[in-house]
Design a binder for this molecule. Sequence first.
Ligand SMILES: Cc1cc2nc3c(=O)[nH]c(=O)nc-3n(C[C@H](O)[C@H](O)[C@H](O)COP(=O)(O)OP(=O)(O)OC[C@H]3O[C@@H](n4cnc5c(N)ncnc54)[C@H](O)[C@@H]3O)c2cc1C
Length: 422
Amino acid sequence: MPIDFTLNDNQQRLRREARQFAKDVLSGVPVATRDLPSPIERFVATRPFYERLVAEGFLRKCIPVSVGGDCAGLVDLAILAEEFYTVDVNVSLTMLSTVLGLAPLVVGGKPEQHQRFLPPFLAAKGAPLAAFASTEPGGSANAGSLPPGEGVRTTARRFGDSWVISGRKQWISAATGWNGQGADLLTVVCRTDANVEPSRGISIIAVPRPDSGLIFEHAFDMLGHRAHLTPRFRLDAVQVPAGNLLGQEGGGLQLAAESFAGSGALVGIFGVALMRAAFQFALSFAKSEKRGGIQQIIQHQAVGYALADAKTTIEAARVLSWHACRALDTAAPGALELAIHSKVFGSEAAVRVITNLMQVVGVDSYGHELPLAGLLQDAMLLPLFAGGNIGVRRRQLHALMLDPAYDDLATLDGICLAETVP
Ligand SMILES: Cc1cc2nc3c(=O)[nH]c(=O)nc-3n(C[C@H](O)[C@H](O)[C@H](O)COP(=O)(O)OP(=O)(O)OC[C@H]3O[C@@H](n4cnc5c(N)ncnc54)[C@H](O)[C@@H]3O)c2cc1C
């Protein structure tokens, strides 16, 4: 089959439904949250929107068919994410970080664990939250560091049939839940053996909301994503059954990397979504405003070219992200590298393109009365999270290229091979 991004009937329906839901429902999030003074109040105010999203089956549409959800693959997730993120980043990120929280369970969990933990997320009711808890106070860029580096500081000690987990985490999306007592499920990166190297001593453990021991400490008041919650919290001797360990004991770093692969490709799509929202506004502004002159400002060559450059970048970033998603869906060689390129390119392009579009609109773009300032604030997150682009370049791209077996053509030849699979 040739390279072809034709969407099938299901994907076209998904895009239609997601676009409609975003327009009808998610567009209300900024209005409902804008004037609330604290991050917790803003986050709590998003709950009715999240409940609607869950009730209409959109969370199920993000959970793979293989474990009982309705998601046929990452390309579908990218289609859905673009429509939602264009309209509201806050509830969209709460939904997608719940999906990331479930990823170690989906990727590394046993069928028995799927049956135990997934039903609330598949039920299409309530406001279930999951979170992937890796980042810690003091930084997590060097989670795999050998001593004397601290690496992962949160510990899980085995006592009989239980793990007892202690440590602190921060910047974890929605981790303390709607009421500060914990998300429905945390997947916690922790050190299960301090005496071996990190590649054998770190694990991921599923932690359903505990009766005690999860202590909320602080909610970050963020530059953008103003109604999304990223708390700091403590796990104080939280006890869970030994059977909550996901994947292999000691295989946590590898499982985290596998769980994260898709999120790189999706961050590229978040960038596309924010650029799309900015472009739509700037285009309509340029077509309607004369700014005291004789003709609409789009008639000026500099303005026209700036808009054209923005659109070129949007198209390139979307295709790269879809290409990465498709490669991951078909397990093509080179898929991980494509996902990282999507993350780095889409995230940095979003900051650059929105800044350029602000120049098209001019000084009025600097006030919050127009949407571009807020979109730039939201876009600034993209190079910083999901690993941070310095870390992603270093730990992933640079490491790949240092490998003597690195094949720079895998991203090309690999996808061609995968396309021949029926
Ligand atoms: C809105 C939002 C949501 C988030 N959601 C989650 C979540 O759900 N779960 C989660 O676990 N985390 C989450 N995070 C955290 C996020 O994923 C971070 O990107 C991640 O923790 C890595 O941060 P960092 O690279 O800045 O690491 P840090 O350890 O803080 O490093 C800071 C900086 O130090 C430098 N540095 C450190 N080590 C090296 C080195 N060896 N070589 C070169 N430079 C180095 C780099 O410049 C790096 O940027 C979220 C963050 C935000 C803002």
